[in-house]
Every structure is written in structure tokens, then in C-alpha cells.
Design a protein around this ligand. Structure first.
Ligand SMILES: NC(=O)C1=CN([C@@H]2O[C@H](COP(=O)(O)OP(=O)(O)OC[C@H]3O[C@@H](n4cnc5c(N)ncnc54)[C@H](OP(=O)(O)O)[C@@H]3O)[C@@H](O)[C@H]2O)C=CC1
Ligand SMILES: O=C(O)[C@@H]1CCC=N1
Length: 279
């Protein structure tokens, strides 16, 4: 199911535990949609990150969890999996009344519920294009979350882009391998295409422009077309032509198989994070 964004002008105060990359992407979405900065509370121990929150969003973040968190109806957990347990221990007493949203890779809702003492919990896997309103977020809601709770979280995450609810928590590890980590795959391809362009005599700026526009155009075409990516690929691939030469080489080198294997590594790492840093 996909859901488009709605105005969060009537959203209740939202607290973020962790104010790094992903929290900033979500905060940016909320502010773009008209939420007042004064309704956003952030706990962030790292001074440089607090300064960035102040400079970018006008938000004065707390250095540690405290009673101020009791204002929040929704608490977003945006800390690394490695630090989640300690962060939960510090904030649980101030946040037990709230609805919770975790964006941490791997960490299961069973672990988080045990740490927080509440199972009103949604786990999400967003991605960094949320920074520009083009995010893709997979979501799984515990049965303890009612329709109003899900609607609230859909409004918060919908402010950053598209949503996809999954019915089984383990599917979030697949979401992580595709869209959570996926922007890094795109950037790696962009790096390679730019390098190749420079090798062939273009400037880095020219090669970058060509590569970025090609990803944007290809993705937009795939999104709007009724045809499969396979058919769209075949339409580019003239018999005996340039694309055929490139794709044949990729297939001989088993690039698709290696790419799939790499994504399975991401999925496996999500499962390892759950085992290493979960309850
Ligand atoms: N980046 C991405 O593309 C995505 C990330 N995620 C998930 O989002 C989560 C956050 O990732 P990301 O934003 O990239 O990480 P960041 O390191 O940018 O942000 C996490 C922040 O939390 C701070 N922090 C550490 N301990 C605590 C604590 N006890 N209380 C409050 N804050 C604390 C960290 O400070 P310090 O540096 O001092 O430790 C850091 O500034 C991760 O769990 C990740 O799996 C999900 C989807 C995509
Ligand atoms: O690399 C990570 O672990 C996080 C989760 C998905 C994207 N970044």
C-alpha cells in the first residue's frame, strides 16, 4: 500500500532520540510541511550534531533524556543499532506514555518493547532521499498500535516521501536491503559512471550531469511505464549496438548475480545487528 503525504500542521509534539542523518531527514520533512520547530524535541549527545540541528532547523537539542520528553506523543528512535539499548535505558521512564517509531536497522520490536516497557511501537526503514522529499519508507506496526497510531506515523513519515506497510516484521530486512541501503548503491554506480566518463574525455561535471539525469530519467520511466524493467532495457538495447556490448559484458561478468548477492549481505547484516545488539 502506498500513501501520499498530508499536512502535519495538527501533529502533536514529536521527540527524536538521536539527531543525526536520519533524524535530520525526517525533521526536514516535518518542517517543510509546516510543523513548528518548537514542537520538535531532540536528544543528541554529540555537540556538532546539536549545532547542525540549531543551524539547519532552529532546534535547540537536549544533551540527554529528561522530563522534557514527556511532552511528546510520538518518540522517534534514530540512534544506531549499537547504541539503542543504552539510549532506551536513559529515555524509557520519560517516554512510556508515547507511541514509538524506530528507524534502526535490524533491531526487532520485541527487543525495543522489552527495553521501553511498551509495545505501542512501529518499526520503519526510511532512506536518505527523505532529505529532499523523495524518501521511501517501509513500515511494520505491532498489533498493539491502533489505527490512529498508524495514521499519525503515516503522516510523519509521509512528509518525507512514499510509504509501504509490510505485514511481517522480518520483511523490513528486505526493505533495508533494497531501499534503506539502496541510495548507496545508486551513488556507487554514479561514482563509477562519472569515473568512466572522465576516462573517456568528459569533465567530471559533465559526466556527473549525464549520469544523474540518466538515473532520474530511467527511474521516472520505470515508475510511469506499464512495462517491466526487462522490457524497458530491451528497448534500449539495439541489436549489435553499444548497449548490447555493455550489457553482454555485465552479464558475462555476472554483475546481476553479484549485485543480488551484495543485497543479501545487507539483509544478513540486518539479522546480525538484531542478534548482536538486540535483547
Ligand atoms: N543513514 C541512513 O541512510 C539510514 C539510517 N537508518 C537508521 O537510522 C539510525 C540512525 O542512523 P544515522 O542517522 O545514519 O546515524 P547518525 O550517527 O547520523 O545519528 C545517530 C545520532 O545518535 C546519537 N546518539 C548516540 N547515542 C545516543 C543516545 N544515547 N541518545 C541520543 N542520541 C544518541 C549519535 O551521537 P554520536 O555520534 O555521538 O554517537 C548520532 O549523532 C540507525 O539505526 C540506522 O540503522 C535507517 C535508514 C537509513
Ligand atoms: O547502513 C545502515 O546500516 C543503515 C540502514 C540502511 C541505511 N543505512
Amino acid at each position: 500500500m502506498t500513501t501520499s503525504s498530508t499536512s502535519p500542521s495538527t501533529l502533536p509534539p514529536v521527540a527524536f532520540i538521536g539527531g543525526g542523518n536520519m533524524a535530520s531527514a525526517i525533521i526536514g520533512g516535518l518542517l517543510r510541511q509546516g510543523m513548528p520547530a518548537s514542537d520538535i524535541i531532540v536528544v543528541e549527545p554529540y555537540e556538532a550534531a546539536r549545532e547542525a540541528l540549531q543551524a539547519n532547523f532552529g532546534i535547540a537539542a537536549l544533551t540527554e533524556a529528561g522530563p522534557a520528553l514527556q511532552r511528546a506523543a510520538l518518540v522517534v528512535w534514530a540512534v544506531k543499532p549499537q547504541t539503542f539499548k543504552d539510549a532506551a535505558a536513559a529515555a524509557a521512564a520519560h517516554t512510556r506514555h508515547a507511541l514509538h517509531l524506530s528507524v534502526a536497522a535490524g533491531i526487532t520490536t520485541d527487543s525495543i518493547a522489552a527495553w521501553l516497557g511498551t509495545a505501542r511501537l512501529v518499526r520503519a526503514m526510511p532512506n536518505t532521499p527523505a532529505l529532499v522529499g523523495k524518501g521511501m519508507t517501509g513500515l511494520y506496526a505491532r498489533p498493539e498500535v491502533d489505527a490512529d497510531g498508524k495514521a499519525l506515523i503515516a503522516r510523519v513519515m509521509g512528509s518525507t516521501g512514499q510509504l509501504l506497510w509490510v505485514d511481517q516484521e522480518q520483511k523490513l530486512d528486505a526493505v533495508t536491503a533494497i531501499s534503506g541501503s539502496g541510495p548507496a548503491y545508486v551513488f556507487l554506480f554514479l561514482e563509477a559512471m562519472t569515473r568512466a566518463g572522465v576516462d573517456m574525455g568528459l569533465t567530471a561535471e559533465q559526466a556527473h550531469q549525464l549520469a544523474v539525469a540518466t538515473f532520474q530519467g530511467g527511474a521516472e520511466l520505470a515508475a510511469r511505464s506499464d512495462e517491466s524493467p526487462e522490457v524497458l532495457r530491451q528497448r534500449v538495447t539495439s541489436k549489435g549496438g553499444t548497449t548490447h556490448a555493455a550489457i553482454t559484458h555485465m552479464q558475462e561478468q555476472q554483475v546481476p548475480e553479484h549485485f543480488i548477492a551484495a543485497m543479501r549481505k545487507a539483509e544478513a547484516r540486518a539479522q546480525e545487528l538484531a542478534a548482536e545488539f538486540g535483547r
